[in-house]
Ligand binder design. Structure first.
Ligand SMILES: [Zn+2]
Length: 683
């Protein structure tokens, strides 16, 4: 992925689409509208801190608004799309649309979300049937039945499942199990001793859990007991979960076994029955990511009482559905998950939050309307062509590698040739006809939509893999590489620069912004420490000679060490966990740069606003990371995310690129100077 950790929580999917209405501007006069020139902070020497030189002007003029954890180019995109979606929602409300139509669903979702009077009156009652079900649990079999049910409505349990392509046979869908079930974002929060982790863990234990239990109807004493048991249970699961960097090895996290094998790991669970209750049909073989975790789950079934489990599930239910409930629930959820974790000072206006949720749950419905208007064929063609220019440049880079043998090169060419690009928007849109949305309590509409996605995924089992599918919407400011399909998926929104028309942006900026930071980045993921282990057909299967593997790993280790040496807010960057992203950034830059060198703009060499084409390329790349982030959010990212902080995604890889030194006259003694023998070159 380019920016975010995963697509996980549907409600949190961040989307965007734009063209800022405030600065729409047609002229080609770059002296008037030149995003890279006007953002410069010329009080900073490029060789000391390029990120701040490139983006500091904008960052100084645009402090982070109170309702945001970070503020930058992605937010501008996101804000603009909300305005457009608002209009669509308001029109849908007025439309009196046919029941079952997408317009009716959009209108009713928005109506119930905005109807705060009813939401306040309902209080916790929309969840009452679910709380009752939890209360009825009396033994292990009924507990497992409840795990199964709660999974179908998106409530966390210790059993984490999804249907996805078998990593070793990409044409087959398989049921996969992974570590799950903790309330903090990452296992490290339960054990780390840095200030950020300790603050969060303390708040979770002393405030968040007791507040949630009291809101759910428990008295003080019961809330205290429930908190202690739940924290202890989660801490045990966390202790038996793998660290972020240990999830990167695809072989170690691939343990294919018959259901009988799973029963050996966790004999107190009737897996056949559990899977059938979860809606997974005819399961005989599964892929278990972390077997030791499921042994630990089995232990918890014996060491925690039914009462403990009921308390744990009660909290997970409330945490999953606090946002669509009444104010007291929603406020506590915001306080802990946004303020304490990310440093956000105030909530977004309600309509924006409702639209974000809707966009996460029904994004493709809205996306169809957008691309028609804002991603015309001509724009699409520019980026389709750019993908091919990048493929050619990548091939030439492989040609020139002095460390790779001809045998491995041959396989690399094959894989590169088969990288499938998806540009702009899907050819087929998903069918939402089985999703029911009405003027029932808002939380139940959200629950229906979450359940729709659960069934959508579960139904894939036993069906052929659909390689045309998109996992994100066209209005999402993000992109991804999927190793099982050997594909790069590049949504329309990712190519846009706020306030600029595509045809008005010069190639230098576009090659930095789109070709290097997005297309080249995603392409290189197929050849990073993890992606390189998958072959052209998307199967986890070695194609490297052992010598070339060793040579790759030596180069990768240099990059991991480089990033591990960086610190922010007293936290070390995790060079191993961020390795794949950092390889992708560096690859994207050097491959994008050579692709750019073939354009007329580069060859003509004319300056714009005093900036040479190659300088504009590096500034265009930096524009993709135009963002400032609150200390809390940046700290959370360093602990939980495989992406380095934005600043280091610019300053880190640039120090490895010789052309960067030439373009900005960087000399020994400048802070970003790296001795030539320390500069990493992989692709
Ligand atoms: Zn990435």
């Amino acid at each position: 992925m380019k920016k975010y950790a995963g697509i996980g929580a549907v409600l949190l999917i961040i989307s965007g689409f734009f063209e800022l209405s405030a600065c729409r501007n047609k002229q080609k006069d770059y002296s008037i509208k030149d995003m890279v020139y006007q953002d410069l902070d010329t009080t900073v020497k490029p060789g000391d801190d390029f990120f701040s030189y490139a983006n500091g002007g904008w960052i100084k003029k645009n402090p982070i608004p109170a309702a945001y954890a970070s503020w930058g180019i992605g937010n501008l995109v996101q804000d603009d799309i909300r305005d457009r979606l608002k209009k669509i929602n308001e029109d849908a409300l007025k439309a009196n649309a046919e029941k079952g139509s997408n317009t009716q669903k959009i209108g009713d979702y928005y109506y119930t979300g905005m109807d705060t009077a009813s939401i306040e009156k309902q209080g916790i009652s929309p969840l009452k049937p679910e709380l009752d079900k939890i209360e009825q649990v009396k033994d292990i079999p009924s507990l497992l039945t409840e795990f199964a049910h709660l999974s179908t409505i998106g409530v966390a349990t210790p059993i984490g499942t999804y249907v996805g392509q078998d990593p070793k046979n990409s044409s087959k869908n398989m049921l996969q199990l992974g570590q799950s079930g903790i309330g903090l974002p990452n296992r490290d929060y339960y054990f780390n001793t840095d200030e950020h982790s300790v603050t969060i863990r303390t708040d979770y234990r002393q405030k968040h859990l007791p507040i949630v239990y009291k809101l759910s109807g428990l008295d003080d004493a019961a809330a205290k007991t429930a908190t202690a048991k739940t924290y202890s249970l989660e801490e045990f699961l966390a202790k038996n979960s793998r660290k972020l960097e240990d999830l990167r090895d695809p072989y170690r996290n691939y343990n294919k076994m018959p259901v009988a094998g799973l029963s050996k790991l966790a004999p107190d669970i009737d897996w056949k029955s559990l899977f059938s209750q979860m809606g997974y049909k005819n399961v005989d073989t599964v892929v278990v990511g972390q077997p030791e975790y499921y042994q630990a789950v089995n232990t918890t079934l014996k060491t925690y009482s039914i009462a403990d489990w009921k308390a744990y599930l009660r909290k997970n239910l409330i945490d999953a559905y606090s946002e669509p409930l009444s104010k007291s629930f929603e406020q506590e959820n915001f306080r802990f998950y946004r303020t304490v974790l990310d440093g956000v000072k105030e909530q977004l206006p309600r309509w924006k939050r409702i639209i974000d949720g809707e966009n996460g749950l029904m994004g493709e419905v809205l996306g169809q309307l957008f691309v028609k208007e804002y991603f015309p064929e001509k724009t699409k063609q520019r980026y389709v062509d750019m993908v091919e220019a990048m493929r050619t440049s990548f091939k030439e880079h492989i040609d020139k590698l002095d460390w790779m043998s001809p045998a491995t090169k041959q396989k690399a060419y094959e894989k590169l040739a088969k990288v499938m690009p998806k540009v702009g928007y899907p050819d087929h849109w998903k069918d939402f006809s089985s999703l029911s949305i009405s003027r029932q309590p808002y939380a139940l509409n959200v629950m229906n939509a979450v359940n729709f996605w659960y069934r959508y995924n579960a139904d894939k089992l036993g069906k052929p893999v659909d390689r045309t599918e998109w996992d994100i919407t066209p209005q999402t400011y993000n992109a991804y590489y999927n190793p099982s399909n050997n594909e790069i998926v590049l949504p329309a929104a990712q190519f846009m620069i706020p306030g600029m028309k595509d045809e008005d942006i010069d190639d230098a900026v576009v090659y930095g912004y789109a070709a290097a930071s997005t297309i080249g980045h995603e392409m290189t993921h197929g050849f990073d420490d993890e992606g390189r282990q998958y072959d052209a057909a998307g199967n986890l299967k070695g194609w490297w000679t052992p010598e070339d593997s060793v040579k790759f790993s030596q180069r990768a280790k240099m990059l991991a060490d480089q990033f591990s040496s960086y610190q922010m807010y007293g936290l070390h960057i995790n060079g191993k966990a961020t390795l794949g992203e950092n390889i992708a950034d560096l690859g994207g830059i050097v491959i994008g740069l050579d692709a750019f060198k073939k354009t007329d703009q580069y060859k003509e060499g004319k300056t714009i606003n005093g900036l040479t084409p190659i300088q504009r390329f590096f500034l265009g790349y930096s524009l993709g990371w135009l963002t400032s982030v609150r200390k809390e959010a940046e700290s959370s990212q360093i602990l939980t995310n495989e992406h380095s902080p934005a600043k280091l995604r610019v300053n880190g890889p640039f120090t490895d690129v010789p052309e960067f030194y030439d373009a900005f006259h960087i000399k020994k003694g400048d802070k970003m100077w790296l001795d030539p023998e320390k500069r990493v070159k992989i692709w």
